[in-house]
Design a protein around this ligand. Structure first.
Ligand code: G6P
Ligand code: MN
Length: 441
């Protein structure tokens, strides 16, 4: 019999949790669980999802020991895996992260630009606390983290816990892109062997090999040039996401070398994107009025009906599948390929060793064994170094409580550039983030 594992989901009240729960059910023969715990500091949100989970498991995983809790000891004791997705400040602060920069003439986005900076300055402290708390109770557990802004969180955790071997930072956007390529090419994305480099939300696919070793990237690029680009789950996506995917065609027209991550649109076309974003109704509003409402309503409906039969809850299963498959690859030393964040150490030959890069890696019981990509061309090197300098300065601003470093970070960000604008944005963000940020002087 396969070993059975204990998993805790940190951020149990997240709208992404039902997707994870369903992935755990779907993949239970591959990653069998003994115990699952959901943990959140927001009792009210978590209760809705936790009660839904009980109904789901009574139908699909009756043998599973399941609880949800706000107690750290209950959550972290005897765990094998911690799946972590927290949002410090909640959607209310995401909305401010997006609206404040927009009101001052810069991109307002969850993880990019000034919004990502503000969110990063909130996430770092809570993530450090989480790792320390987990280690008190489960010194050997794997922490699989996808808390945003992942680039900044990964660099901060690497600085604070340099010897931590069982902490892995990952993002689902490369998987979303691979699945979208699969739909477009009419191929199973699990057969793809991608070559990827960059930073989180700031990277490129250079090659996309199929199972015979043929590179599909050229075909894909010409297809996108002719027909545009759509997410794999286009029918379920909000308008803003469809526009985001469509921007990949623009980026490829300008820079045809590699297939870009969608998030690069904010850095390559900040003026155009700014003219399109509405400072009174941002993505946070779209999520609160859309996914957030739907997921919580459907969870309540399932609980009221005592069955999950009439609810969908999850429209995009890429995220949940990815995390569960990642844990499976570690648990059974499968050495499957994932795109993850790791210290560069020569992977991109002409970038510094300590840059937190995002690349393809084999994942086994000892963690990631990443693939190097050699030297990258000067345009990409320039973009990455500037963006990483912004990320690193953000992390240093947090650790040192340095206003100057925060200002340098924002000035280096391609979505801001002007130092006077950066100062106005920083001052406005400081006022709104007093409860979460360290004091900057
Ligand atoms: C992708 C990214 C995540 C991000 C999410 C936002 O999945 O990889 O890092 O949080 O999109 O999606 P939303 O629908 O909340 O705007
Ligand atoms: Mn991401």
């Amino acid at each position: 019999m396969k070993k059975e594992f204990n998993i805790v989901l940190v951020g149990g009240g997240s709208t992404w949790t039902p997707g994870l729960l369903k992935a755990l059910c779907k993949l239970k023969s591959r990653l069998p669980l003994k115990k699952l715990v959901m943990f959140d500091i927001n009792e009210e949100r978590q209760k809705v999802i936790g009660e839904f989970a009980k109904v789901l498991f009574s139908e699909s995983y009756p043998e599973l020991e399941f609880t949800y809790t706000t107690d750290k000891a209950t959550a972290f004791r005897d765990m094998d895996f911690i799946f972590c997705q927290m949002r410090t400040g909640g959607f209310a602060m995401r909305e401010k992260d997006e609206k404040i920069p927009l009101s001052l003439g810069a991109i307002g986005q969850e993880t990019c630009g000034a919004g990502g900076f503000a969110y990063g300055m909130r996430s770092i402290g809570d993530m450090i606390d989480l790792v320390e708390q987990v280690r008190q109770y489960s010194p050997d557990a794997w922490i699989l983290n996808y808390t945003n802004p992942a680039a900044i969180v990964a660099d901060a955790l690497n600085k604070r816990f340099p010897d931590e071997k069982r902490l892995l930072n990952i993002c689902d956007q490369p998987v979303n892109l691979l699945r979208s390529y699969g739909r477009l090419l009419g191929k199973d994305p699990s057969t793809f062997d991608p070559v990827y480099f960059g930073l989180n939300h700031f990277g490129w696919f250079t090659h996309l090999y199929d199972e015979h070793g043929q590179d599909l990237a050229p075909v894909l690029k010409s297809f996108i040039a002719e027909n545009g680009f759509k997410p794999v789950d286009a029918e379920q996506r909000d308008k803003s996401w469809l526009e985001t995917y469509a921007a990949v065609a623009d980026m490829l027209r300008d820079f045809p070398d590699y297939l870009p991550n969608t998030y690069l649109q904010y850095y390559l076309y900040p003026e155009y994107k700014l003219s399109k974003l509405n400072s009174h109704y941002t993505r946070a509003n779209e999520v609160m009025d859309g996914r957030e409402k739907r997921v919580f309503d459907e969870c309540r409906q399932a609980v009221a009906e005592g069955t999950t039969r009439n609810v969908h809850v999850v429209h995009n299963d890429a995220h949940g599948d990815m995390i569960v498959e990642l844990a499976e690859s570690i648990a059974f030393n499968l050495k499957k390929k994932f795109i993850v964040m790791v210290p560069n150490q020569g992977l991109v030959e002409n970038l510094d060793d300590d840059v937190m890069v995002e690349v393809t890696a084999e994942i086994g019981c000892h963690g990631p064994r990443p693939y190097g990509v050699g030297k990258i061309p000067v345009f990409y090197k320039g973009l990455i170094e500037q963006q990483f300098a912004y990320e690193r300065l953000t992390v240093e601003a947090w650790f040192e409580g340095s206003y100057t470093k925060a200002l340098q970070a924002l000035t280096l960000n391609r979505t801001i550039v002007d130092a006077k604008k950066a100062r106005r944005i920083l001052d406005a963000l400081i006022t709104e983030n007093k409860a979460w940020w360290p004091e900057l002087h």
